[in-house]
Ligand binder design. Structure first.
Ligand SMILES: Cc1cc2nc3c(=O)[nH]c(=O)nc-3n(C[C@H](O)[C@H](O)[C@H](O)COP(=O)(O)OP(=O)(O)OC[C@H]3O[C@@H](n4cnc5c(N)ncnc54)[C@H](O)[C@@H]3O)c2cc1C
Length: 510
C-alpha cells in the first residue's frame, strides 16, 4: 500500500483485469460517461473468460423469455436457496434482482447479442432447469473488431501451443470479450492498457484513491477519482498461495492462462485492510494431463469409466465437472485417476477435453492386465472394476454410482448405439484398451475478497473500504462451495461488477 504522491494518470474508474466481469464493469462505467481505464497485466485481453464457453447464468432475463424456455427469477431463487441455503448477506437476492437488468443493459448495445443454449443445471434440486437457463454470445466476425481482434486472447488450444489468432469468427468466450471490447471502445470514454500489472492500492484518508502498477516502461501511479474495481481473476496460478490456503489441485493443472491469475490484486487489497473468504475453494474439474503436465478441462463423458490408483471406480463419471472434481479432491488416491476406455471410437477419448489431445497421449494395451501394469495399478482390481461396470452396462443400471439417472448425465450420452439400455453406460470390452491420466484441474479459484451486495470490498469488521470494489474470482463467490450451473462464474462476475459500478455512479450523483 503506497501513500500520497504525484499521479501519472487519472481516471474516474480504474478496473483491474479484462475478463467478462471487468469488461462489463468498464462498459457500465464508460456508458455512464465516466472516464474509465482497464488495466490488464498480460499482453492480451480476456483471461480465462476468453478461453471459456461463455455460458452466462443470468436467470429470468429477456434472453430466456425470447427462447420460450420458461425460466424465471422465482425458480432460480428456489434453486439457489435449495443449494446455498439462506441468503444471509443478501447477495443471492442482489444477484437475482440484477441479472435481467444486466442482460438488458448489455443487449441494448448494438455490439452485444445473446441466445439461450441448452445446458442443464448441475443439481437435482427444486427450481432446476433440466435443459438449463444459461445463454451465450453470438459469434462475432473478426472484421467487426478490426485491429482490436488481435487484442483478444487466442483460444486455449492455440494459446497453449504458442500459436496466435486464427482467421475465424470469434466464438464463445472470445466472442463475449470481443463484443464487450467493441461496445467499450464505442463509448469513447475508455482506455485499455495491456502490459499493466496492478501491484498495490494507493490509500488516502482511508479511501482507495488509485493504484500502483508495473509496466514495461516502469511503475505508474494511476488515480481513480471515483473507484477501483478489482476483477482480475483468482490466485489459481500462484502455487505458494494455493499451498498456504490448502486449495486442492495445482497451479500447473489449472486452466487459467499461463502467468495470468496469481492473486496480486487480492494481496494488494489485503494490504489495504480487506478481508478474505472461501480461500480453499475453486471451480474444479477433472483434467486429462497433457505431455507437459498441464490439465485439460474434461467434461461430458460419454463412455469409459474412471478408476483411482487402487483400480476402483469412485463416482458417477457423468457428474457435472465441479462435482467430479470435488469427488477427486476427497481422497488422495483419486489424484491422479485414470479414464479407461476401449477402441470403439478409434481410440478417441469418450469425453470433451479442452484442449483436445491426440490418441497418442493415452496409454494403450491389448489386455486389461497389461494396461494395469503400464499404469502401475493392481490388475485384479482394474479387471474386476471393468467387469462389474460392463455388467451394469448390460443391465442398464449403475448400482454403484447411478450414472445415467440425471438429465445432466443424459445430456452428453452416447446415442450412436454403443450403449445398451442406459445410454450413459457403454461397455468397455473392445481391445486394445486405453487409459488417460486425469488430474484435478480447475477453472479458477473462487475464494478471495469479501464483498457485499454492491461488490464493495469489506474489511475485517465487515465495513466497506471506501473506493474499493471486487467481482469475479478476485472476490469470494456468492455461490460459496457450490457450482450451481453452467455460467455461474461469468454470470456472477458480470452482475457484481455491474452493481459495483452502479454504486460508484450512485455515490457520485448523491
Ligand atoms: C475452457 C473453459 C470453459 C469455461 N466455460 C465457462 C462458461 O461457459 N461459463 C462460465 O461462467 N465459466 C466458464 N469457465 C470459467 C470462467 O471462464 C472463469 O471462472 C471466469 O472467466 C473467471 O473470470 P475472472 O474475470 O475472475 O478472471 P479472468 O477471466 O481470468 O480474467 C482475469 C484477468 O485479470 C488479469 N490480471 C491478473 N492479475 C492482474 C493484475 N495484477 N493487474 C492487471 N490484470 C491482472 C489476468 O491476466 C486476466 O486477463 C470456463 C473456464 C474454462 C477454462
Amino acid at each position: 500500500m503506497a501513500g500520497t504522491g504525484l499521479w501519472d494518470d487519472e481516471y474516474d474508474v480504474v478496473v483491474a483485469g479484462s475478463g467478462a466481469g471487468a469488461m462489463t464493469g468498464a462498459l457500465t462505467a464508460a456508458s455512464h460517461g465516466l472516464r474509465t481505464a482497464v488495466l490488464e497485466k498480460t499482453s492480451v485481453l480476456g483471461g480465462t473468460s476468453a478461453y471459456s464457453g461463455a455460458a452466462v447464468w443470468l436467470p429470468g432475463t429477456g434472453v430466456q423469455e425470447r427462447a420460450g424456455v420458461g425460466d424465471s427469477a422465482e425458480s432460480a431463487r428456489t434453486y439457489l436457496r435449495a443449494l446455498l441455503g439462506e441468503d444471509a448477506d443478501g447477495r443471492q437476492e442482489a444477484f437475482l434482482a440484477t441479472a435481467p437488468e444486466v442482460a438488458d443493459f448489455l443487449e441494448r448495445d448494438p455490439a452485444i447479442e445473446f441466445e439461450w443454449r441448452p445446458f442443464p443445471d448441475y443439481f437435482a434440486a427444486p427450481g432446476r432447469m433440466d435443459m438449463g437457463r444459461s445463454f451465450v454470445p453470438l459469434d462475432l466476425p473478426a472484421e467487426r473488431l478490426g485491429d482490436l481482434a488481435s487484442l483478444v486472447r487466442p483460444p486455449v488450444d492455440r494459446d497453449r501451443a504458442g500459436r496466435g489468432h486464427a482467421a475465424a469468427p470469434l466464438s464463445q468466450g472470445r466472442a463475449l470479450i470481443g463484443r464487450l471490447l467493441l461496445a467499450l471502445t464505442n463509448t469513447g470514454n475508455a482506455t485499455v492498457r495491456t502490459g499493466t500489472r496492478l501491484r498495490a492500492l494507493v490509500v488516502e484518508d482511508g479511501r482507495v484513491a488509485g493504484v500502483e502498477a508495473e509496466t514495461a516502461d516502469g511503475p505508474v501511479r494511476i488515480r481513480a477519482r471515483r473507484g477501483v474495481l478489482l476483477a482480475a481473476g483468482g490466485f489459481e496460478g500462484n502455487g505458494a498461495m494455493r499451498a498456504e490456503h490448502g486449495v486442492p489441485g495445482s497451479a500447473a493443472w489449472s486452466m487459467a492462462p499461463a502467468g495470468a491469475n496469481t492473486g496480486d490484486p487480492i494481496l494488494a487489497a489485503v494490504a489495504a485492510g480487506a478481508a478474505v473468504d472461501l480461500m480453499d475453494q475453486a471451480w474444479w474439474c477433472p483434467g486429462v494431463e497433457d505431455e507437459k503436465g498441464g490439465g485439460c478441462f474434461t467434461l461430458g463423458f460419454r463412455g469409459g469409466l474412471v478408476v483411482d490408483s487402487t483400480g476402483r471406480r469412485f463416482a458417477n463419471e457423468s457428474l457435472p465437472y465441479d462435482r467430479m472434481g470435488r469427488e477427486m479432491a476427497a481422497a488422495p488416491e483419486r489424484v491422479p485417476a485414470y479414464v479407461v476406455f476401449d477402441s470403439r471410437h478409434g481410440g478417441a477419448l469418450p469425453a470433451i477435453s479442452i484442449p483436445s489431445l491426440p490418441s497418442s497421449a493415452w496409454v494403450r494395451a491389448d489386455t486389461l492386465g497389461e494396461l494395469a501394469e503400464k499404469l502401475g495399478l493392481p490388475a485384479d482390481a482394474l479387471t474386476a472394476a471393468v467387469e462389474r461396470f460392463n455388467g451394469f452396462a448390460r443391465d442398464g443400471v449403475d448400482a454403484d454410482f447411478h450414472r445415467g439417472e440425471d438429465p445432466y448425465d443424459l445430456f452428453f450420452a452416447d446415442r450412436s448405439g454403443n450403449a445398451g439400455p442406459n445410454p450413459c453406460l457403454v461397455p468397455v470390452d473392445r481391445p486394445p484398451y486405453h487409459a488417460a491420466r486425469l488430474v484435478l484441474s480447475d477453472l479458477g479459484t473462487k475464494g478471495g475478497l469479501r464483498t457485499d451486495t454492491e461488490g464493495r470490498v469489506l474489511d475485517g469488521g465487515s465495513r466497506p473500504i471506501a473506493g474499493l470494489y471486487a467481482a469475479g474470482n478476485s472476490s469470494a463467490s456468492f455461490a460459496g462451495r457450490v457450482y450451481p450451473g453452467p455460467g455461474v462464474p461469468i454470470g456472477s462476475a458480470m452482475v457484481f461488477a455491474y452493481r459495483a459500478v452502479k454504486d460508484i455512479v450512485k455515490i457520485g450523483d448523491s
